[in-house]
Design a protein around this ligand. Structure first.
Ligand code: NAD
Length: 496
């Protein structure tokens, strides 16, 4: 049995009340690790450690080059340890071998990219005054102590999407992974501990909503960076409002994949299946609504059905498994409940709909395809976060755009067409933060990522992602040392 402790102020510690939680493998529901479960006191200790590490300047006072070098060290050590990290991620989350292998590379790549971006000088001198009157500097300063709260679907990537830009900006952090996937985060803590990062700069604690709530409300915290459901995002925004904390929210989605009538159908069907079923649909950007016009409707549904029948369900450790278990029993039940809702709402169940035969011991759900879905149905409006694709018929291209935008979410979208100009025209009309043309799921660490509408507030990744961890200070340096030329008291400001 593996055992893990909390990582606070550069030390690995048991919980102050000795509480422990289980790490469960969703493939066979076995407990494979015991983890210390943080109490509110432990949470406060982690925040205090981050506060002290910020205030004593041990990290924020470092030069960009020095911060960059430590972030690169973290990246390289992630690469060195990727086999172990991958094995743990598969065990705790049910991620398939293929998906988790990519996760390891993308976690490394995110850290490496931020190591490079950390070298960027974000300060500016503004050209706003007449020469010789004043100099106006815009200084980017680290925002301070960050509470980072993340979900379970891409555990290490999500951790690095928060840790690396916050470190690049000069912040200190307390990170809380989801309870389902805390093992890989605490293994990451060991990696971070073996680098030159000063103690207290990164702290990693486990726990559930109660711990998260303390991280959001604690007065020593300056910023909350949250990735998770829209439901919890709303609570976080409300709780952070009490002390007017800066928040970044990366929330849920119900993204629409639109196949235009001139699309290459082989590409569009494979791509839409990838959009909807990759990682069992447990992706914030999953293309969980597929919008088709009459022309392609029957053919695409038939092709998709045939494709799903070929997908290999199995042990996520096997290299050829396409569909592993859902992350947990809770998530499995949620998805099965939504499938029942879809049937009751009158959608046509074309494929799947239950637990695959022979896989009852794990948290499995068959890849499921609903056709003839009305966009007002719950299965088209709510985020299921499972392998359930809703096919919706549109009259034409404009109707497809209308349906795609008729959602409270706005995280991502996609357009399939042989005509890039036509697809671009549609892409511009979609109210979403990321839109793919003839592609899905590819994100670039240098391009900002985030959602419109209830899919979030702010952006992660790229330079925007570092700026999200900074405050801007304007310094006005007056260069006229002449009392008579100062427009103070009864003198009006000169107009141009
Ligand atoms: P969740 O919202 O249930 O939990 C996310 C995290 O918040 C967990 O660590 C959880 O312990 C914590 N939490 C729960 N209640 C809290 C509270 N009241 N205060 C503070 N913290 C609290 O989400 P999940 O089920 O872990 O993950 C799935 C969700 O994440 C989906 O909705 C998905 O779309 C979203 N997600 C979004 C993105 C994105 O970038 N937009 C990326 C990945 C996942």
């Amino acid at each position: 049995m593996l055992e893990y402790k909390l990582y606070i102020n550069g030390e690995f510690k048991d919980a102050s009340d000795n509480a422990v939680m289980d790490a469960v493998n969703p493939y066979d529901r076995s407990v494979f690790a015991k983890l210390a479960k943080a109490s509110i006191n432990d949470t406060k200790s982690a925040i205090l450690a981050a506060r002290e590490a910020f205030d004593n300047g041990v990290w924020q006072a470092k030069k960009n080059e020095e911060r960059s070098a430590v972030i690169k060290q973290i990246a390289d050590k992630i690469k060195e340890n990727s086999a172990l990290l991958q094995e743990l991620e598969i065990k705790e989350s049910g991620s398939t071998y293929k998906k988790s292998k990519d996760d390891m590379f993308l976690t490394y790549r995110a850290a490496s990219t931020f190591a490079k971006l950390a070298l960027t000088d974000l300060n500016e001198t503004l050209d706003i005054s007449k020469e010789g009157v004043s100099k106006n500097l815009l200084i980017r300063e680290p925002i301070g102590v960050v509470s980072a709260i993340i979900p379970w679907n891409f555990p290490l990537q999500m951790a690095m999407w928060k840790i690396a830009p916050a470190l690049a900006a000069g912040c200190t952090i307390v990170l809380k992974p989801a309870p389902e996937t805390s093992v890989s985060a605490l293994e990451l803590a060991k990696i971070i501990d073996s680098t030159d990062l000063p103690k207290g700069v990164v702290n990693i604690i486990t726990g559930d909503a109660e711990v998260g709530q303390e991280m959001v409300t604690n007065p020593l915290v300056d910023k909350v960076a949250f990735t998770g459901s829209t439901e919890v995002g709303k609570i976080i925004m409300q709780n952070a409002a009490a002390s007017v904390k800066n928040v970044t929210l990366e929330l849920g989605g119900k993204s629409a994949s639109i196949i235009l009538d001139d699309a290459d159908l082989e590409l569009a069907v494979d791509g839409s299946a990838y959009a909807g079923y990759f990682h069992n649909g447990q992706c914030c950007v999953a293309g969980s609504r597929l919008i088709l016009t009459n022309k392609n409707y029957d053919e695409v549904v038939d092709r998709l059905k045939a494709k799903l029948a070929k997908m290999k369900i199995g042990n996520p450790m096997n290299k050829d498994t396409d569909i592993g278990p859902m992350v947990s029993e809770k998530q499995q039940k949620r998805v099965l409940d939504y499938i029942e809702i879809g049937k009751k709402e009158g959608a046509k169940l074309v494929y799947g709909g239950g637990v695959p035969k022979g896989f009852e011991t794990g948290c499995f759900v068959e890849p499921t395809l609903f056709a003839d879905v009305d966009n007002n149905m719950k299965i088209a409006q709510e985020e299921i976060f499972g392998p359930v694709l809703a096919v919706i018929k549109a009259k034409d291209e404009n109707d497809a755009v209308r349906i795609a935008n008729a959602s409270s979410f706005g995280l991502a979208g996609g357009v399939w067409s042989k005509d890039n100009e036509r697809a671009l025209n549609v892409a511009k009309k979609l109210r979403a933060g990321t839109v793919w043309i003839n592609e899905w799921h590819l994100l670039n660490d240098k391009a900002p990522f985030g959602g419109y509408k209830q899919s979030g507030v702010g952006r992660e990744l790229g330079i925007e992602g570092i700026k999200a961890y900074t405050e801007i200070k304007h310094i006005h340096i007056d260069e006229v040392l002449d009392r008579k030329k100062k427009f103070w008291y009864n003198v009006t400001i000169p107009q141009d």
